[in-house]
Design a protein around this ligand. Sequence first.
Ligand code: KG4
Ligand code: ZN
Length: 359
Amino acid sequence: MKKELIFLGIETSCDETAASIVKEDKNGKVHILSNIISSQVEEHKPFGGVVPELAARSHVEKIDIIIKKAIEKSKVPLKAITGVAVTSGPGLLVCLMVGMSAAKTIATFLKKPFLAINHLEGHALSPRLVKKITFPYLLLLISGGHSQFLEVRGVNKYKRLGTTIDDALGEAFDKTAKILGIEFPGGPQIEKYAENGDKIGFVLPKPILHTSGCNLSFAGLKTAVLHASKKIKNKQDKYNMAASFQHTINEILKVKCKKAMEMFLQNNKKNKENYFVIAGGVASNKTIRKNLQQVCADMNFKYIFPPAELCTDNAAMIAWAGIERYKKRLVDDVTFAARPRWPLDPKAPFLKGSGVNHS
Ligand code: KG4
Ligand code: ZN
């Protein structure tokens, strides 16, 4: 029988202030005892994107109450916590520092271990919150700041197979939405608009579709949407554009996921079962989920698609990464400094979107 582990997780890397208590019981079963998130979407809407100083101020105002709520909801006395885990990069420096100061204070005061978590590792390990799949597995992370294929080889062991060479996928969704006059963040609205549209209403390009391995590129697509938008005359045209954009994304992901799966299989010839998992805000898009389920069936991969609330930024994945790292004795010192840029695979060449959150 194992030891019970309880972690407080804190996340403030971008525009969500979040805290969570996660427990792994003596039988290895995982329990999310609380998962509190306060989004700043309304505060950033007038500016059409996240304003760092505004985000940091909002984190400062909310962090105490969010942590308090997470602890109260979990019904775990603070002194029973095993350790404190906090997102320490990549992300906006002024935002990261808010969560890190709180985490360092709590850990020091309670004399508990402090763990500095890479936000991308939080996403990468999040499927294991839902199901204890074994390493290695293939991850597609698609958010407002990142778009990457990662081979998750173990805790702290990642190989990046591909990344975006320009915009992140969430950025492409948000920019397309902006062109259509939809408020920030428009990704979820594009999905709604697309339901009423004709997916072949507009013909859009698929940059680097058959070149550059499973790397991705969305900047040219965004520019094409901007040019084609000149033909938009009415609401139906907007629906058609949303549907065409989403369809093009799905076509790109289909080809690139298959390529990433081939690369993964090549690296893991002895694997008996191959798992494909997704994370990041864009992974909550239902048409993308359906499309990727079909890709998994075609390529004989099993899949774990965590629920939307664990795909978008949250602190449960940070608490969980804390538990996973603690079990490997990967504990940090409270002098750990925030890392605005922090790639998961340090050997991978630098490309935009490879370890810097520019959302
Ligand atoms: O992971 P996330 O919550 O935050 C970070 O960027 O780290 O992802 C937010 C991104 C935004 O760009 C948002 O527009 C996009 O995810 N998004 C979606 C959907 N829901 C959120 N994009 C397309 N379809 C959706 N349903
Ligand atoms: Zn994220």
